[in-house]
Write a protein that binds this ligand. Structure first.
Ligand code: GRE
Ligand code: ZN
Length: 316
């Protein structure tokens, strides 16, 4: 089996995206058109690239900024509509659920409901209403993910408003992407992952599986240094490297660099790398596939990254 699977491919639900505020509620017209498409450009782009399956997920911030009074029923409708889209083309689509993290127990129940509907896991986007996901109140979500043996994909979102203000606001006009994919997203998502590892959640739920996009949000490159610094005396005992190696997968979404990929393979091994495009924020999938095929990896290793690893992790 060598069909190509792309695991971080986004769409927008009309009802959910209407809740996105300010700059988070608007993308370039062409991107928004593609985010709302399932039948036209999306399938054409997949066909041109030779992608058999897109694992669909909502775009940022997805359900992570909803208020408790509306989140649960709204997210159920969002996931039900996504299930219908997948069912319309089961040979081309699979999906990650959105979860109403503002109510963690309900989010865990929604994850289970969705997995029973055929979803392959869930994707969470940045902080949940300003709170880091490693807080104990969110552990019911990780407990349920472990029990169901499905991964949680930690996707970036806009930095916390006070971070955006302190770190990026003076450059926001000249370089609006600086707080987003250029740097802010990676810091935000990488910080979530570092905090999750030190939180103890993997000691409590040792078979919990986490996916990071964008070649691991810089953590593979930093792995030696983080591991070394957290191993210095006067701290709790933890092996950051063991947890990152045992519990994490990374994807190529929006990051088609051979040196960066080589670093991920050297640190994590080829079995932990999944192919993704980040369509439609990356407007064409074919160059991403061509890049992967152009690397000097062996044919079996390319096949693992392009689809075999995703089929194993997501049970496709
Ligand atoms: C976004 O949500 O706006 C976004 C992504 C990924 C890359 C670029 C981008 O989710 O703007
Ligand atoms: Zn993405």
């Amino acid at each position: 089996e060598s069909a190509i699977v792309a695991v971080e491919e986004h769409y927008w639900d009309a009802e959910l995206s209407a809740y996105f505020a300010g700059s988070e509620g608007k993308r370039a017209d062409e991107i928004e058109r593609r985010l709302r498409d399932f039948e036209g450009d999306r399938i054409k782009d997949m066909d041109r690239a030779g992608i058999q399956i897109q694992v669909l997920s909502h775009g940022a911030p997805s359900a992570q900024k909803l208020s408790a009074d509306i989140a649960v029923s709204l997210v159920q409708r969002v996931n039900d509509r996504l299930a219908i889209a997948v069912a319309s083309r089961p040979e081309r689509f699979a999906a990650f659920a959105a979860l109403p993290t503002v109510l963690p127990e309900a989010a865990a129940d929604e994850l289970q409901r969705c997995v029973e509907l055929g979803f392959k896991g869930a994707m969470l986007h940045g902080l949940s209403n300003g709170e880091f996901l490693d807080l104990k109140k969110f552990w019911p979500i990780f407990a349920r993910a472990e029990a169901l043996d499905v991964p949680i994909y930690l996707h970036p979102s806009h930095p916390h408003p006070s971070v955006a203000e302190a770190y990026y606001s003076d450059y926001a006009t000249d370089f609006p992407m600086i707080a987003r994919p250029a740097w802010g997203y990676t810091v935000e998502a990488g910080t979530q992952a570092v905090r999750l590892i030190v939180s103890g959640v993997f000691e409590r739920y040792p078979r919990l599986k986490i996916i990071l996009g964008h070649l691991g949000e810089s953590l593979p490159f930093q792995l030696w240094r983080i591991d070394q610094a957290l191993s210095r005396p006067g701290q709790k005992s933890i092996s950051f490297r063991n947890i990152f190696s045992n519990n994490f997968w990374v994807t190529t979404s929006g990051f088609f660099s051979t040196p960066a990929l080589d670093c991920c393979i050297e640190e994590l091994g080829v079995d932990r790398i999944l192919f993704a495009v980040d369509w439609p924020f990356v407007s064409e999938s074919a160059p991403a596939v061509a890049w992967m095929k152009s690397t000097r990896l062996s044919a079996p290793d390319k096949a693992k990254i392009l689809g075999g690893n995703a089929r194993a992790l997501l049970k496709l």
